[in-house]
Design a protein around this ligand. Structure first.
Ligand code: ADP
Ligand code: MG
Length: 733
């Protein structure tokens, strides 16, 4: 089909997409939300209905306080889970995990097999629930194992509920698992996250204990809620763009006259087809217990966002992976394709995933919420300063935790924070922090009274977070928002980095305080010790605090003067994993061994190089087989027109000039293709060196070729241009 015909089809589909819906989704009354919410989740409610009380209690202990699970309990749970799933139509189960690819992986096995007597027999038992052994030799292990010793195991994570994934005519019982090698090394993103959650809980409880542990907290866990940005494009147009299909982003494309200049899309009325899509995604997510609450148009044309209610970090990051999958799975039903790439289109905003997080106790207290009483204020300041210290000490690691070839296009492109990590606290908290630094607190900006109970530390009004959308790491009243995370990132890894570095600072603070005042101090002694300790922490780490415009060039200069790490691209950032400081941090808290961390440097570097090589190859192919032929055809037309005009006795000076100029563009484009092709042969000895070689050799050649193609696009006759344009991709909805 010609590009022009595809455009026509896409345009008519944008006003007539309903026939694409199957009957179930498109017609009939809507099921009330109460009838679908979490209906496909094997959660506490289902367990209470189907399991003996003591088994429920054992499961609950594991979920709440991380107690190890008895195999007998697993057997009973497995039987109940299987019966539940089969009654709901499931035929298969799978262990679902998050390998280092950044995606999820699953291998399905039947729940029933022939019994040899003409019937079927259930095979699923506690053993199947607890442990799987996928033949997973092709997943990146970053050198942790070679294919001949490929055994990897998936181990049930009872703290993240199993659920049913429904297809058109199937239901599969999905069991969240950790993925480890036969030596127990983490081959995935969940295992280190679970380990970091244990570490932060341990040290946070030491702090709470110093403060008397009001409420008898037994476990502290991180909470997470990820805002997810994405683009929608018409599916026909998508398939007419080989670069979108193979790379998830456009490798060529001149900017349209109208992009996001008018800000008329942001928070605008949601287009009908898009709203239908969003509603369908939400209903599917509700079924599997993912609590989506917000939806809106984002800044770029064709860009949207959704966000869930926050949850325990472990469940929240699993749910985030489901969100990304669901967005892509549902889009075709509406003739759409969902792009979760960080930068699908040059010239308009890219997509991020704002990772909102906090720390919560098992009694439901948010530890990053100042709350009301004097002692909770001091406690809050301790946790706040732990975060400040953590981010300053490990800003480089924080940056590295979100490094990817995709995210490099977005960070610092005047639409997302730069690759320099800093913390925004807002005016009021900044003022308080300065008072602590001076050691003489006497006021709060918004008129809150000085708290006399804790003379050395100020009282903090609640919900005082202002907004600064340019900061990579902003305090927003009762949580932090890490805004530099890329849209397609698996949030488990940046979460693990944050939690580990915060655990380390809590450990440091708890150790200092315990040494100073013992483990059960009087409030006065504790508050005095906190005042001294927090003062020194702020003195030492305040350089990481910045409330101004992070997009500005002044900030880059200022950050450099402050000595903050500047790691502009992925190869530079990933090298942090090889630093003693990062290795010690993860090892000290039992999150990752040195070998496990090294394997991540290896795997993520390889991913970077591979992605860029695929892009380069795709570019060359597109340029040779689609763009160059179109350009040459246009040149032939111009030449023919000049020839015919001349024969007819018309002055052809202008036409000849145009032809020559165009032929010059085509020549330089041709040279650009050859240059990229030869640049693409660069390489390095190990994955990190290879990534640097790819960055320095291939990326610049890609940039030059793109410029030339985009120039051609502005000259070639519209009917000859072989691919849908930005205007069509971004505006047909
Ligand atoms: P905004 O765009 O103004 O930042 P949104 O409402 O779009 O806000 O998203 C805020 C996100 O932060 C939601 O996903 C919400 O669940 C999450 N969130 C709120 N409180 C917490 C918390 N204590 N811990 C983790 N995430 C939180
Ligand atoms: Mg936000």
């Amino acid at each position: 089909m010609k590009a022009g015909d595809i455009r026509q089809e896409a345009i008519s589909a944008s006003s007539d997409w309903r026939p694409m819906l199957s009957e179930r989704q498109g017609s009939g009354p809507l099921e009330p939300i109460d009838d679908i919410y979490a209906k496909d989740v094997f959660n506490e409610r289902v367990m209470r209905e189907r399991l003996p009380a003591e088994i429920c209690r054992a499961m609950q202990r594991t979920i709440d306080v991380g107690a190890p699970l008895d195999p007998h309990v697993a057997d009973v749970v497995a039987t109940a889970m299987k019966d539940w799933a089969v009654q709901k139509g499931a035929t298969h189960f799978c262990h679902w995990f998050q390998p280092l690819t950044g995606l999820t992986a699953e291998k399905h096995d039947a729940l029933k097999v022939p019994d040899g007597q003409g019937g079927a027999l259930t095979t699923f038992s506690g053993k199947h629930l607890r442990l799987g052994e996928p033949d997973a030799s092709s997943f990146p292990s970053g050198g942790l194992r070679s294919t001949f010793e490929a055994r990897g195991y998936t181990a049930w994570d009872p703290t993240s509920p199993a659920f049913l994934m429904r297809g058109e005519n199937s239901a599969t019982l999905v069991i969240p698992t950790a993925f480890v090698s036969w030596t127990g090394e983490a081959l995935d993103k969940k295992t280190p996250l679970l380990r970091s959650i244990d570490a932060v809980s341990r040290h946070a409880i030491r702090i709470l204990t110093l403060f008397g542990n009001v409420g008898g907290v037994t476990r502290v866990f991180p909470t997470v809620g990820c805002e997810q940005e994405y683009f929608l494009v018409d599916r026909r147009l998508y398939f007419a763009r080989p670069d979108l299909v193979s790379c998830g982003r456009t490798l060529f494309g001149a900017e349209p006259p109208k992009g996001q200049q008018l800000s008329d899309h942001y928070f605008g009325a949601i287009p009908a087809r898009v709203l239908a899509f969003m509603a369908e995604v939400e209903r599917e997510l509700y079924r599997v217990g993912v609590p989506i609450t917000t939806r809106h148009n984002e800044v770029a044309p064709g860009q949207y966002e959704l966000a869930p209610v926050f949850e325990h970090a472990n469940v929240g990051v699993d749910h985030q992976m489901i969100v990304m999958e669901m967005l892509q799975r549902v889009a075709p039903r509406f003739g759409l394709c969902c792009l979760i790439h960080e930068k699908p289109f040059a010239g308009v905003n890219g997509s991020g995933k704002h990772l909102n997080w906090s720390l919560s106790t098992n009694t439901g207290v948010n530890l990053l919420d100042p709350r009301d009483e004097a002692h909770t204020n001091v406690e809050f300041l301790v946790f706040l300063c732990a975060v400040i210290r953590a981010v300053d000490l490990h800003a480089d690691l924080l940056r590295a935790s979100i490094a990817s070839a995709h995210n490099d296009h977005r960070l610092g492109a005047h639409e997302a924070p730069p690759a320099i990590m800093s913390i925004y606290l807002g005016e009021m908290l900044t003022d308080i922090v300065h008072q602590i630094e001076r050691g003489s607190p006497n006021r709060t900006i918004e008129g809150g009274a000085l708290d006399l109970g804790a003379r050395t530390l100020p009282k903090i009004p609640r919900h005082s977070g202002d907004r600064n959308r340019t900061s990579p790491f902003a305090f927003t009243g009762n949580k932090f928002e890490f805004r530099a995370v890329g849209a397609s990132a698996a949030p488990a890894w940046p979460m693990t980095a944050i939690i580990s570095m915060v655990a380390d600072s809590l450990d440091f603070i708890a150790t200092s305080l315990e040494k100073d005042v013992g483990t059960s101090p009087t409030p006065q002694a504790l508050h005095a010790a906190c005042a001294t300790l927090l003062q020194s922490i702020i003195k030492q780490h305040k350089r990481v605090l910045f409330d101004g415009d992070n997009y500005s060039d002044e900030w880059r200069r200022e950050a450099k003067a402050r000595g903050l790490p500047m790691l502009p691209d992925t190869p530079a950032a990933l090298e942090v994993f090889a630093s003693r400081k990062a290795m010690d941090l993860f090892e000290r808290h039992g999150v990752l061994s040195n070998a496990e961390l090294a394997s991540r440097l290896h795997a993520f570097s390889e991913k970077y190089s591979t992605q860029i090589r695929i892009e380069a190859e795709q570019m060359v192919q597109l340029a040779r087989t689609l763009i160059l032929p179109a350009a040459m055809e246009h040149q032939r037309r111009l030449a023919e027109a000049v020839g015919a005009s001349k024969a007819a006795g018309v002055n052809v000076d202008a036409g000849l000039g145009q032809l020559k100029a165009f032929a010059g563009l085509v020549d330089s484009f041709r040279e650009g293709i050859d240059a990229l092709e030869s640049a693409a042969t660069v390489g390095g000895d190990d994955p990190a060196a290879d990534a640097r070689a790819v960055r320095d050799g291939i990326l610049p050649a890609m940039g030059r070729l793109r410029e030339r193609s985009d120039a051609l696009e502005c000259h070639v006759a519209a009917d000859l241009w072989p691919m849908p344009t930005y205007r069509e991709l971004l505006s047909i909805r």
